[in-house]
Design a protein around this ligand. Sequence first.
Ligand code: GCV
Length: 712
Amino acid sequence: MNADESVHLEQLMFVDDPMEPNEPRVHAAWLPPEAFRSLGARRVLVHGDGLLVDTVLHEVSRACARYGGRVWHSPSWDVDVDLVFALRGADELPSSVVRAARSAGESALAEIGDGGSLGDEGFLLARDGDVTVVLADAPAGLLYGLFHVVRLCAAAFDPERPPERHRPALHRRMLDHWDNVAVHPVMGQVERGYAGGSIFWRDGRPCGDLARIREYGRLLAASGVNAISVNNVNVARTEALLLTDRLGDVAEIADVLRPYHIRVHLSVTFAAPVVLGGLSTADPLDEGVRAWWAATTRTVYDRIPDFGGYVVKADSEGQPGPFTYGRDHADGANMLAEALAPLGGVVHWRAFVYNHHQDWRDRSTDRARAAYDHFAPLDGRFRTNVVVQVKFGPVDFQTREPVSPVIAAMPATRIAVELQVTQEYTGQQRHVCHLGPWWSEVLRFAPWGPDGRAVADVAAGESGAGGGLVAVANVGDDLFWTGHPLAQANLYTFGRLAWDPRRDPTAVLDEWITLTFPPSATADPDLVRRTLHEIMDDSWRTYERYTAPLGVGFMVNPGDHYGPGVDGYEYTRWGTYHFADRDGVGVDRTRASGTGFTGQYPPYWAQVYESLETCPDELLLFFHHVPYGHVLHSGSTVIQHIYDTHFAGVEEVTAMRRRWRTLNGMIDPAVYERVAERLDEQVRCATEWRDQINTYFYRKSGMLDERGRDIY
Ligand code: GCV
């Protein structure tokens, strides 16, 4: 590639206009200007009013200014157009094209059936002769319809395109930022953040780059996300003040994100009445405490009328909570819910509660049991604006875990399922690990057995009243947002699966590839697409192959959770053990002889997991302690499986790096270099995992690799 081509590629991939001229530019991620080419070359009519319609208008105008199209906003004369965005309730216009477009939209909706409702966020896309029509009941639907047109590119204008209606399966599609306002002495600016500092906070103050926050909102809206919480669930002194003295800082973020239909939530400390209000107690049943929360919450809504609500981590890993006052989680959550209810807010109360002061000698305590033991008995006691937010697995965002039994245990409670986009345990954005297939597996899992409802159905709830899907965010102030440019795909995929959990994650990845690496911006689009799929499609399973085997989990370095530390947590208080000895490995969680965790599942899975005959290989060591010679359903022994997968994992990573190198000169050089550098680290780290895991189990078991490969 010559220098001119390189400059050209760079211009196509980076955003310049929304950024302050003196700020470092930021990667455009899945919204490069080029992705708007097809839309921007059209004649577009936008009909409707309001903040979000203005956003649509602004986006379309910007695209048209760049690519030669034209835009009209509710014109009172007839115009020839290719594309109409119209709100169903907007005033009639003396424009035949709008009338025709609307009536075509209405007939298409009638054809689709189901009362023709598009809801608060849905939209219809239909063709009317030569015109593409996007119709919505509410402005948010038009915004989502706009990004759908962007994703479709030329296909949005295909005369043969049948009408389609889109409505999100889940009402709340939320990202939790574990961003600290003040730099934490151990966790830094962003807890478990792998992409530089925070985009919201820097050294105790707002970071002030509102243009960047706006750009973030834009990206999130294009993926389908509609809510964020702006600070860490571990709330320290400075962060606590966001609720009161520093509410203005939160309001500023809310103002910037509002045009992209993103509601802001806040993590609060349960001890706020004491630490901020000067009360002597935070007892949820105390009248003074309730009055304090009610008054404080009213002040929040005075300043941020569309405020989403509170996120709370209570009685967990040292955070304060109702236990101090002899109350339970329902008492605590309901008190906050009571303050939020009249104002339309919700409290996301996290179920990540366990004893982090365990004694490893005590084999009867099982961290996996904890969330269920704490929360299942409380089902039916939570107010309707409480959302119990449950990590998808019973332990802690591992590369492989069973689905948390809490999800099926609280039919009378609104449940949100929590995923982790930030790659705390999945390579920390130094490794390629595309999580879409893993999340898809979790969301499709049917906790009551194959014919029952899926996890996604629980999160959606009856008539959409569920708690939704939440994930810990992975962005920072890094040039590429996510440190590893390919980790952007995880953020995008989260939003798209939250919108429609049934989507094929590979198709979502393909969509991300098309947007992020527009075919027109590369000399060989097929090579780019194919190579990215080859590298990313199976990368989560590759990561699993070279790390902790067969669902046993952890085995990471304590503290930073990066790289192998097979016995790192084995004798600690955190309750994450593998119990490997000379004869075997794994955690006996059966009812027959172990901790009884299998009994927390509805009968179908309780039975499947209980029995060695039926327990799936990939979760074997999560549920059972077995000898190294135990034969898996795959036909391999446990020990040979460990050796084989670890050698295979490193080979796959080496192949990823080789494949990536074929893209040199095909894509933006900055992206190329960043990924290349991270793949070198991935090869190094995967090799370290392979050698430590294989050597550890060889030394424990004394059993040779049947293929005689190097083990130390
Ligand atoms: C925000 C894990 C992480 C912690 C995190 C916690 C949580 O334990 O290591 O950093 O704290 O999960 O989800 O609250």
